[in-house]
Write a protein that binds this ligand. Structure first.
Ligand SMILES: Nc1ncnc2c1ncn2[C@@H]1O[C@H](COP(=O)(O)OP(=O)(O)OP(=O)(O)O)[C@@H](O)[C@H]1O
Length: 372
């Protein structure tokens, strides 16, 4: 692990993944290597988000941990015990998917209660183990879980009458019912609209923390990963690119690839590498403002959008990397379509990543000095 990959949650190691390879035989000569030598661990009570673009291998990794996908090489272990050969239902892991997969003919309570029966023999750390619980215990647990996910009093409702967000809350309650020792969530919110996703992501985090659940949460949405997780693992091309707390990952993405995936919008030559310009790292300078020490560049406004109380201008900027389209916040509302503006940099909202084209020790290709 690199120095920027601290443990978010101290505690005994729970899930260990070592040099994991998942391969699909597609019938053609070249098999698809979906997971390419990934090593990571998740501590007890920790939520780890697996973040990366479509096709980078997130689901394949999750499915291999669940036992749903064969492991070509490497190891998956829980608490030091190798899970090789342990079938899905004996791992004691819970699963939750994008579409919730609720039983349409059961009530909300019936769906959550089903989770109490579905546990495997080796699963869970809690008293509801083995699937043998009394009716009173079961009803109590169902009510407790519905309260936890914000659906108290919904027990008798038919699943068909629920909204998409409510269904996913039921699916979460059902997955948590048997107290799985690890909960694996595969894009559980991605079928919902953006506003709902943001609210539910915060709720999922609260529920996972309140129950002390250890979880791996797969998503392609940075905001969701940052909201839900104690640590975020960024994948690309089957490989693990970076693991860190949300704050450390943002501050030090470690590579241009990770930085651009997180939303850094431009990469400019700098003395110590590449200056990664944050999504809010550029600002339209009000006419007549004094030049800033970080540089000022001229540009032409191609578009203006007003969102969340702030105007953002898309600007064709004649900047340190030549002519480039960027987005700059426009606090004074000075930018209008087609106008010539000047744009400055807010270094506090930028970071530096290594420049792969520059060997260590060689001078910078060019300084990111601005022009007035
Ligand atoms: N059953 C399969 N057979 C062949 N190739 C597969 C199979 N499942 C996944 N792949 C391939 O493995 C790679 C990784 O897929 P995977 O679904 O794990 O990625 P992902 O990051 O979860 O993507 P997404 O976010 O789109 O679900 C992709 O190239 C995909 O086409």
């Amino acid at each position: 692990m690199s120095p920027t990959t601290p443990r978010a949650t101290p505690g005994a190691g729970a899930l260990e993944v070592q040099d994991l390879v998942v391969r699909y035989d597609t019938g053609s000569r070249q098999a698809v290597q979906a997971v390419d030598g990934v090593t990571l661990d998740v501590a007890r009570g920790e939520t780890l988000a697996l973040l990366g673009p479509s096709g980078c291998g997130k689901s394949s990794l999750l499915r291999a941990v669940a036992g749903l996908e064969p492991v070509a090489s490497g190891r998956v272990a829980w608490g030091g015990d190798d899970l090789d050969g342990v079938p899905v239902h004996r791992r004691g892991f819970g699963l939750m998917f994008q579409d919730g997969q609720l039983f349409p003919h059961r009530t909300v309570a019936g769906n959550v209660a089903y989770g109490l029966r579905s546990r495997g023999g080796s699963g869970g750390d809690g008293p509801a183990g083995g699937g043998r619980v009394s009716r009173a215990e079961r009803d109590g647990r169902v009510a407790e879980l519905l309260e936890l996910v914000g659906l108290a009093g919904y027990g008798d409702r038919a699943v068909a009458t629920l909204s998409g967000g409510e269904r996913q809350r039921v699916a979460l309650a059902r997955a948590l019912a048997p107290r799985p020792r690890l909960l694996l969530l595969d894009e559980p919110l991605s079928a919902l609209d953006r506003g709902l996703r943001e609210r539910l992501a915060a709720d999922v985090r609260a529920v996972l923390h309140a129950t002390g659940t250890t979880a791996v949460f797969v998503t392609h949405d940075q905001d969701e990963a940052f909201t839900v997780a104690d640590r975020v693992a960024v994948m690309g091309g089957g490989r693990l690119l970076r693991v860190a707390t949300p704050e450390a990952l943002w501050r030090e993405p470690g590579s241009r690839e990770v930085a651009s995936f997180l939303g850094y919008q431009a990469f400019w030559p700098a003395d110590d590498g590449l200056l990664a310009v944050g999504p809010d790292g550029l600002r339209v300078v009000a006419p007549g403002a004094r030049p800033t020490p970080d540089g000022v560049w001229p540009g032409t406004v191609a578009e203006v959008v007003f969102r969340g109380g702030t105007a953002r201008a898309t600007v064709d900027l004649d900047g340190p990397a030549g002519l480039q389209r960027v987005v700059a916040v426009d606090p004074a509302g000075a930018a209008t379509l087609g106008a010539d503006v000047r744009v400055t940099l807010d270094r506090d909202l930028c970071t530096v990543v290594p420049d792969p084209e520059r060997a260590p020790g060689l001078p910078a290709r060019a300084a990111a000095d601005g022009r007035g």
